[in-house]
Structure formats: structure tokens, C-alpha cells
Design a protein around this ligand. Structure first.
Ligand code: BGC
Length: 472
């Protein structure tokens, strides 16, 4: 009797420890997401003050904004190699150091060149974070809650964007742009400190031949040794392929298929037009009567909040109803939202000034943001970290994450040109058509990976199954 209750309390202690470890892992990776979001969100509020301070031309303003995206693309592509060689933990650590340096550098910049260089550095950190954190989470979580954990990471991204809007508002009263940029170093230090306590990914350790350590970590994350050992056996099985990364990509058609699918998914995510909506939202709200700065700020915060709240829907549904249905609904929602938004803006530009048109435009803006946040926002990051085979996972995820940043840059750079060429309404309708195409692409090409181990997905891929069936 006594023995049984002792066993029970040992089990409870172990379960408690495993749970604490998982919470800590989510917290640390979540901090990386928060920084990703803070850095995306912070510049819009700071730019007007920076422009006045350094007397910037519009070309230089574009450089200040896009330096971060350029850095992020470079960061993501080079971290593939670093994270393969040094592991996820050390890569995150180097990202955190760069976050601290980049944010302090931008805050103290004596001239615009220094500012741009600091923003490239910061972008490099964002590239590392957006690459390593979802990958690490996918490798640390079980098949039952993998989608939820990575969606939680995306939620931290959205919270980061919202927090940046709020902190920009607070500092904007005194025009303190240096504070806006510098305050980000606080969560960056927090990330750095927490990463020290993280275990390395057991999958990465196993791929480097360190099976004992991999087993130890898997057991510490589980309440059942036999289950943890079975997981290690599955990992070992998937490591039997001989080559790695780039050479595997060149020689193995199945690996190439996974890499291209990841790149396609990230391109789809960006071509939804979500970031354009985020950039353009203040203008739409202005049309709707949110005229003064304070009202505009409130409008921006409403957008940020919608983004956060709708991500919660994805967290709840992604491991239950699955990735594919959410994606289809999301692309459908964005297509409808951008179509009606375009129509409202078309009517406004044609001289119709009824208030209801502006109100519908605002509702459609929020609807489009919500449709993205409950679907492609999180789900694309989830899928991209799931579909790559272990031996070429770093390479594959580096390619897809870099695609995200490059397309993000293209969208930002072409937005104004598109508006000048076709007008705002047609620009949004171009995104409508793209989202309709994405519904078909989802049906035809995207696999359902809910509740399936990474090793099984890999086996199906390597057996040559159709992409849409590798999760079955
Ligand atoms: C995207 C970003 C976007 C953000 C919005 C992310 O998943 O990659 O480009 O700005 O979601 O919440």
C-alpha cells in the first residue's frame, strides 16, 4: 500500500517536472516569437520621428524599413548551416545576442547609416528566431500538441506586434523614437537568459550521434520511459539515410519535393496580402472617420488585438480539426475580405461618401486580418517545420523561412507601385485572385499532418507518396 502511494508520488513528481520543462521551453521559444513581432511592429510608429530627426528622403526611409527584412532573409539562410552544426540552442543564443546588439545599436544610432546597419543586424536576429524557434518547438513537442505549440509561437509574434503598437503610442507623445527602438533590448536580454536553461533538441542530438543525451532529454519530457525510448528508435530509423542537407537535396527527389513545398507554403502565406492590409489599415480607418492621431492609434491597436485573438482560434483547432480545413477556410475568408474591401475603396474613390461604406471597409479589414491569423499565419509555420526530413530539416526550413522574408520584401516594395499602376481596389482584387488560387493549391498539394509523428511524415515522403498524402 505504502509502496504504491510512493510510486504514485514519484510519478506525479515526474509528470510535474516534464510539464514544467515544457512550459519553460514554450516560454523561451515564445520570447523569440515576441521579439519577431516587436521588430515587425515597432518601425511604423518610429519612422515619422526618425525621418524628421535625420531629415530622410523617401528612398532612405525605405532602406530603414527594409534593412530589417534583408537582414532576416540573410539570417534565415545562414542559420540553416549554423543550426545544423551547432544545434538549435546555440543558434537561438546567438540570435538573442544579436537582438540585444541590434536594438541598442538602433536606439543609439548617431546617423542613418549606423541605424541601417543596426537594423540589418536586428533583422539577422529576427531571421534566426523565425527559423529556429518553430523548428525547435516542433522537435520538442509530441505529435498530439505540436500544432498548438507552434501556433502559440505565432501568437507571441502577434502579441509582439500589438505590444510594439502600444509602446510606440506611449513613446510617441514625446517623440521618443530612441526609446521605442531601445526598449526591445529588455525582452532580448530575457530571451538570452532563458535560452541558457534550454535543453538541446533530442532529434538534433541524435543526428549528431549523441544518443545518450537525446534519450535523457526525451525521457525528461515524458512520463513514460518506454514511450520516450520508442520515440528515439523512430528517430534513429529516420536517420538511416546517409547524406545530409544540400547533397541530399541535389540527389533525392523526395527531399526536393519537401523543400519546394515549404517554399511554396511561405510564398502563399506572404502573397495572401496580410502585411499589405496591416500597412494600409490606418488609411482605411482614416476614411472611416478615425481622423486624429489618437483615433488612428486606437484603430491600429484594434487591428493588433484582432490579430492576437484570432490566433487563439488556430491554437484551439489546429490539432483537432487539422491544418488543411483551417487553411481552406482562411484563404476563403481573405479572398472574401479583400474583395469586399476593394469594392468599398472603389466606391469611396468614385465619390460615394456614405458612412456605411467606410464602416464595411473597417469590418472587412478586421475580417481579413482575422482570417489570416486563424489560418495561414500559424499553420504555415506549423507545416513548414513538420514536412522536412530530419537529415535535411535545417536546409529545408532555412529555404522556406528565407522565402518568407524575401516575398515579404517583394510585397512591401511592390505595394505602392501596384497602387499607382492599378489603383487600390484592383490591388486588393489581385490578392483576392491569389487567395482563390491558394484554396485549390491547398486541396491539391498540402498534406494533413495532424496527429502524425514527424518520423511517419518523413517515411511517407521518402516512400514517394503524393505530397498531399504524406500525412495520411
Ligand atoms: C508572418 C508575418 C506577419 C505576421 C502577422 C507571420 O506569420 O510571417 O509576415 O506579419 O504573421 O501576424
Amino acid at each position: 500500500m505504502v509502496e504504491k502511494s510512493e510510486t504514485n508520488s514519484v510519478d506525479a513528481l515526474r509528470a510535474g517536472k516534464a510539464k514544467m520543462m515544457k512550459i519553460f521551453i514554450s516560454f523561451a521559444a515564445g520570447m523569440a516569437g515576441l521579439l519577431f513581432g516587436l521588430d515587425i511592429g515597432v518601425i511604423s510608429g518610429a519612422l515619422p520621428f526618425i525621418t524628421t530627426h535625420f531629415d530622410l528622403t523617401s528612398r532612405l526611409q525605405e532602406w530603414v524599413v527594409s534593412a530589417m527584412m534583408l537582414g532576416a532573409a540573410l539570417g534565415a539562410i545562414s542559420t540553416g548551416w549554423i543550426s545544423f552544426k551547432l544545434g538549435r540552442k546555440k543558434s537561438l543564443m546567438s540570435g538573442a545576442v544579436l537582438f540585444v546588439l541590434g536594438s541598442l545599436g538602433s536606439a543609439c544610432a548617431p546617423n542613418v547609416v549606423f541605424l541601417i546597419i543596426s537594423r540589418v543586424l536586428l533583422g539577422f536576429a529576427v531571421g534566426i528566431a523565425s527559423y529556429v524557434a518553430p523548428l525547435y518547438l516542433s522537435e520538442m513537442s509530441g505529435k498530439e500538441d505540436r500544432g498548438k505549440l507552434i501556433s502559440m509561437y505565432q501568437m507571441m509574434v502577434t502579441i509582439g506586434i500589438l505590444t510594439a503598437f502600444l509602446s510606440d503610442t506611449a513613446f510617441s507623445y514625446g517623440g521618443h523614437w530612441r526609446m521605442m527602438l531601445g526598449v526591445i533590448s529588455i525582452p532580448a536580454v530575457l530571451l538570452l537568459v532563458s535560452v541558457f536553461g534550454l535543453p538541446d533538441s533530442p532529434r538534433w542530438l541524435a543526428s549528431k550521434g549523441n544518443f545518450d543525451k537525446a534519450k535523457e532529454i526525451l525521457r525528461s519530457l515524458s512520463t513514460d520511459d518506454a514511450k520516450a525510448d520508442a520515440e528515439l528508435a523512430e528517430i534513429n530509423e529516420s536517420l538511416k539515410v546517409k547524406q545530409e542537407g544540400w547533397s541530399l537535396f541535389k540527389e533525392n527527389k523526395n527531399v526536393r519535393r519537401a523543400v519546394y513545398l515549404g517554399m511554396l507554403l511561405q510564398a502563399m502565406q506572404q502573397f495572401t496580402g496580410m502585411n499589405v492590409i496591416l500597412y494600409y489599415a490606418p488609411q482605411i480607418f482614416k476614411h472611416a472617420g478615425f481622423a486624429n492621431t489618437e483615433q488612428q492609434m486606437i484603430a491600429t491597436v484594434i487591428c493588433g488585438l484582432t490579430n492576437v485573438l484570432a490566433t487563439l482560434i488556430a491554437m484551439k483547432t489546429v490539432d483537432k480539426s487539422g491544418r488543411k480545413p483551417i487553411l481552406k477556410i482562411g484563404f476563403g475568408g481573405i479572398a472574401l475580405g479583400t474583395f469586399l474591401l476593394g469594392l468599398c475603396l472603389f466606391m469611396i474613390n468614385a465619390g460615394y461618401s456614405a458612412l456605411w461604406i467606410s464602416i464595411v471597409a473597417v469590418i472587412m479589414t478586421l475580417f481579413t486580418i482575422a482570417s489570416f491569423a486563424m489560418s495561414a499565419g500559424p499553420v504555415v509555420w506549423v507545416l513548414c517545420s513538420e514536412i522536412q526530413p530530419l537529415k535535411s530539416r535545417d536546409f529545408g526550413v532555412a529555404c522556406s523561412t528565407t522565402t518568407n522574408w524575401i516575398v515579404n520584401m517583394i510585397i512591401g516594395a511592390t505595394f505602392l507601385t501596384l497602387i499607382n499602376l492599378f489603383g487600390i481596389a484592383v490591388t486588393f482584387w489581385i490578392y483576392t485572385s491569389l487567395n482563390i488560387i491558394f484554396i485549390f493549391l491547398t486541396v491539391l498539394l498540402i498534406p494533413e499532418t495532424k496527429g502524425i509523428s514527424l518520423e511517419n511524415i518523413e517515411k511517407n515522403l521518402m516512400d514517394g507518396k503524393k505530397l498531399r498524402d504524406i500525412g495520411v
